[in-house]
Design a binder for this molecule. Structure first.
Ligand SMILES: [Zn+2]
Ligand SMILES: [Zn+2]
Length: 272
């Protein structure tokens, strides 16, 4: 098995359904060598019922030292965080990211016009190409405006909760926005995440083509993109490294032979 760079645990990520000990037990049983613990950190974002996705970073620093010490042999925990981007929080994200010694920083865009896509009512009323162009445009802006990150997460999050089971995110929806997004990642030496929770949501909807659009991967490669990171984005233990084997085979068929993970922000690779 290979590294899983993206996961969430309680109580730091309130939408998770596992504690760190459950994650460790499951990761050991699957033979995963490294797991990135990347808790949600959403600056200036309030959810329904006045919930926030923020936590005390000093507590997290201290707790992580204990988790690492208690981690069984053969498994390493990578200390991470997942920032939710909004245009006005770019500088704050870079500052918080640089003030703590993370192994891996994930940048995400969970929002569409100020609301999390999960809660948004209007997002699917827009024509698919306009919706994807706007969302990938913000992904590009996020990767241009922030610097202290390692991985650009789930470019396909915009489609994760789409009730239309046939819809997927395709390069041809918005080639200019995808090119700008890839240019930002590649020029800054960041990694493109292949998120298997997104793949899982398409499988659950019965979509016969759950893998990332080949045109997206082809264009990323053509522009010089080499770094990809397979991630489960697990919020429960059953989801750790889910669909990794089929996704690894698919990525190899697209000409990507290495998975990139980060230790102290330094990229390392392992064979897919
Ligand atoms: Zn996310
Ligand atoms: Zn996540």
């Amino acid at each position: 098995m290979i590294t899983d760079s993206h996961s969430h645990t309680l109580p730091y990520s309130p939408d998770a359904h596992m504690y760190i000990d459950e994650l460790i037990t499951k990761a050991k049983s699957l033979g995963i060598p490294r797991v990135g613990i990347t808790e949600h950190y959403e600056i200036d974002m309030v959810y329904p019922d006045n919930e926030v996705m923020l936590f005390n970073l000093d507590d997290y620093d201290r707790e992580f030292v204990k988790w690492k010490a208690e981690c069984p042999e053969g498994l390493s925990l990578l200390k991470g965080i997942e920032f939710g981007y909004q245009t006005h929080t770019a500088r704050a994200i870079d500052i918080v990211a640089s003030c703590h010694d993370f192994d891996v920083v994930i940048l995400s865009n969970h929002n569409f016009r100020g609301e999390d896509v999960y809660f948004s009512k209007i997002v699917y009323d827009l024509p698919i190409k306009a919706r994807h162009a706007e969302y990938i445009g913000i992904m590009a802006e996020m990767c241009e405006n922030c610097n202290n990150y390692d991985i650009a997460a789930h470019y396909d999050y915009i489609n994760r909760y789409n009730p239309d089971d046939k819809a997927t995110v395709c390069y041809e929806d918005c080639p200019d926005e995808f090119d700008r997004f890839f240019e930002a990642i590649i020029s800054k030496n960041k990694s493109l995440e292949i998120n298997t929770s997104s793949i899982n949501s398409l499988i659950a909807k019965g979509n016969p083509n759950p893998m990332p659009d080949p045109a997206i991967l082809k264009r990323y490669k053509e522009m010089g993109g080499t770094m990809i990171t397979l991630s489960s984005d697990a919020h429960r233990s059953e989801a750790l490294a889910q669909h990794f084997n089929m996704t690894r085979e698919y990525m190899k068929s697209m000409g990507f032979y290495e998975n990139t993970y980060f230790i102290g922000h330094v990229p390392h690779t392992e064979a897919l």
